[in-house]
Design a protein around this ligand. Structure first.
Ligand SMILES: [Zn+2]
Length: 413
């Protein structure tokens, strides 16, 4: 589908959108055939059953455009908008230099080609939910909602893994735009300068730029695949970004940086689940009911982390492209992978703030007693502190990307 001619591409894409938009309709109609109503405080429900045809007629008393059609249209809009947004998230992976517009178009084609996978997953999920609905006997693990929650997230994760692989294949082998030896400090072309000379632009010794290990060397994570190396790289990226990117060897394959990013996102999901489990346990939630929420938390938090990383990465890569501060698209991918370490600061901030509210209640409100102006409600200072801290981290992250791009503009290694 990625290589399909334009009419074939659009036909199959729109067909996929239509299938996804209408596939839930029979299910919704079937659900609506049984309506339960409760009288007063009694637990006994009065069941009112209708046939599927009756439901359909009841839904179309106001004309041809009933809630079902509006729902289908809304789903179609969401699918198209999400495809556009996701395409942009994959820009750093797909961009190979040259026209940004072409890269965006390629990204959209790639994402659109995933609509088949999306349809298959969607059908599978609906089938599983319907099946679970059919066999529910008050069994907690078979409740449709309990099945749907992790099921939806698993489907999204599978789709994103599929898209990432497709994007990598489309991005092709990492081609360096500029193979000339350059001064690490100013970018001057050193092709005709000897290794023992000096850069005629900035005066730095060319040896620093031309010899591996003086300026650019492998980070610890590039040399060894161990947990100490992993953690020291996380700390290195967070605490000294300028130093880290100034020393990072960039002309290496992407396996290690990708593994770094994957591990970070995986551990963040696991950490969030552990945190939720501990909090729920302390509050006395029944253990067996925690399995599904924890499974969902791992997936949801990992998804949020992935999206946040991609979102900030895409914004900053787009910005660097517009302001012409990105000389090598490959370096943007490298920066994006290593910046996954910064996600930990969001986790630490959010975790600490929410934990403090759980232990000490609305302590910020009581601290500044009566001096605040309420816009949303009594919990406002707490919400403000939580959101404000995360927004500040986001701005800091954007600035870090600029630092990273500045220190990865040229590299001989
Ligand atoms: Zn120079």
């Amino acid at each position: 589908m990625v290589a399909a001619p334009r009419p074939a591409f659009w036909t199959s894409y729109l067909l996929g959108v239509v299938i996804v938009s209408v596939s839930w309709i029979p299910w919704a109609v079937q659900i609506a055939t049984v309506e339960a109503s409760y009288q007063g405080n009694s637990n006994k429900a009065t069941l009112k059953t209708r046939t599927m045809a009756q439901v359909w007629t009841d839904w179309h008393t106001q004309g041809a455009l009933g809630p079902i059609e509006i729902g289908a249209l809304a789903v179609a809009c969401v699918v198209i908008l999400l495809a556009l947004f996701t395409s942009w998230l994959f820009l750093p992976t797909i961009y190979r230099g040259g026209s940004v517009w072409t890269a965006l178009r390629d990204a959209f084609r790639m994402v659109a080609s995933g609509v088949g996978v999306l349809t298959a997953l969607f059908m599978l999920l609906l089938a599983v939910i319907t099946l679970a609905d059919g066999v529910t006997d008050g069994d907690y693990f078979r409740e449709p909602v309990i099945v749907a929650m992790p099921g939806t997230l698993i489907s999204i994760v599978i789709l994103l893994i599929w898209l990432t692989r497709a994007a990598r294949a489309m991005g092709g082998p990492a081609v360096l735009l500029d193979a000339n030896p350059r001064c690490e400090f100013c970018g001057y072309d050193l092709t005709h300068v000897g290794i023992d000379g000096r850069c005629s632009e900035c005066g730095e010794a060319t040896q620093k730029s031309m010899e591996f290990g003086i300026c650019r060397r492998q980070s610890r994570w590039q040399k060894e695949h161990t947990f100490p190396a992993f953690f020291s790289s996380i700390v290195g990226v967070i605490v000294r970004p300028a130093h880290f990117y100034k020393c990072l060897a960039l002309r290496v394959d992407m396996h290690r940086p990708r593994a770094f990013s994957r591990l970070n996102i995986g551990f963040i999901g696991g950490g969030a689940a552990a945190w939720i489990f501990c909090s729920a346990y302390m509050m006395g939630a029944p253990g067996h009911e925690m399995a599904a929420p924890i499974c969902a938390a791992v997936l949801l938090v990992s998804l949020i982390a992935w999206t946040l990383l991609r979102l900030v990465g895409s914004i900053m890569t787009s910005w660097a492209l517009v302001t012409q501060n990105l000389s090598e698209p490959l370096h943007a991918r490298m920066v994006l992978a290593y910046e996954s370490a910064f996600l930990w600061t969001f986790c630490v901030w959010s975790g600490l703030v929410i934990s403090s509210f759980m232990i000490w209640g609305n302590w910020i409100s009581s601290l500044i007693k009566g001096r605040q102006i309420h816009f949303f409600g009594p919990e406002e200072p707490e919400v403000m502190v939580f959101i404000g801290g995360n927004v500040a981290l986001l701005l800091l992250w954007g600035w870090r990307f600029l630092i990273a791009f500045r220190h990865t503009r040229w590299s001989n290694f």
